[in-house]
Design a protein around this ligand. Structure first.
Ligand SMILES: Cc1cc2nc3c(=O)[nH]c(=O)nc-3n(C[C@H](O)[C@H](O)[C@H](O)COP(=O)(O)O)c2cc1C
Length: 193
């Protein structure tokens, strides 16, 4: 399967960077064709410019720096995200990826003013993330990061595509044991991608 991996963490020694390496390694070992997009390493520009906003609804005028990302996304059959939860959402660089790459004509169509999701080339999604706070604290907030995957992204990709959200909560209290157990869970999920 052609799998696009989107990674968003600036620190190479972070837990998320270790998860990213694990993800790429396990998918490659299973023979998948991995397109590894490390947004910080690729210096992805997350800001949607004035020109892009003005041309937002015209697919012929996609920004030249965005076009290769659109191609990579359209080529993918599976999508794996790896990022930490920041302010109960995506890190800005990943949020910017969605703003600039998930465009009309790419991930959705506007038909009669209504959004019609169209990223149907993606037939499997796995999100791997970590929270500093507990599951309970996230639940009190309505757990927006989980909803972004299970509701928003699920509604965008091929209908019925399996969508998994794997999270290590309470990173502030994590131990070597809890991190290893989570990595094992992630590895098992990717081995069956
Ligand atoms: C800018 C920033 C914002 C954060 N916001 C949240 C948050 O809203 N909720 C939460 O549970 N943890 C939050 N955290 C904690 C991170 O999720 C935690 O540091 C990360 O999961 C640890 O993984 P890492 O070692 O790979 O960075 C935040 C951390 C940073 C640096």
């Amino acid at each position: 399967m052609k799998i696009l991996v989107l990674h968003a963490h600036p620190v190479e020694t972070s837990f998320n960077a270790a998860l990213h390496r694990l993800i790429v390694e396990r998918l490659a070992a299973r023979g998948h064709e991995v397109d590894d997009c490390d947004l910080y390493a690729e210096n992805f520009e997350p800001r949607l410019s004035a020109a892009e906003r003005l041309a937002y609804h015209d697919p012929r005028t996609h920004d030249e720096t965005v076009a290769p990302h659109v191609e990579r996304l359209k080529r993918a059959e599976g999508l794996v995200l790896c990022y930490p939860v920041w302010n109960y959402g995506y890190p800005a660089i990943l949020k910017g990826y969605f703003d600039r790459v998930f465009l009309p004509g790419v991930s959705f169509e506007l038909v009669g003013g209504k959004v019609r999701p169209s990223l149907h080339n993606i037939r499997k999604v796995v999100a791997v993330t970590s929270y500093g706070g507990s599951w309970f604290r996230a639940a009190l907030m309505g757990n927006p990061p989980r909803k972004l995957i299970h509701r928003v992204l699920r509604a965008t990709v091929k209908p019925g595509a399996p969508v998994s959200f794997l999270a290590h909560y309470s990173m502030n209290l994590s131990t070597e044991g809890s991190r290893k157990a989570f990595m094992k869970k992630v590895a098992a999920k990717l081995d069956s991608f």
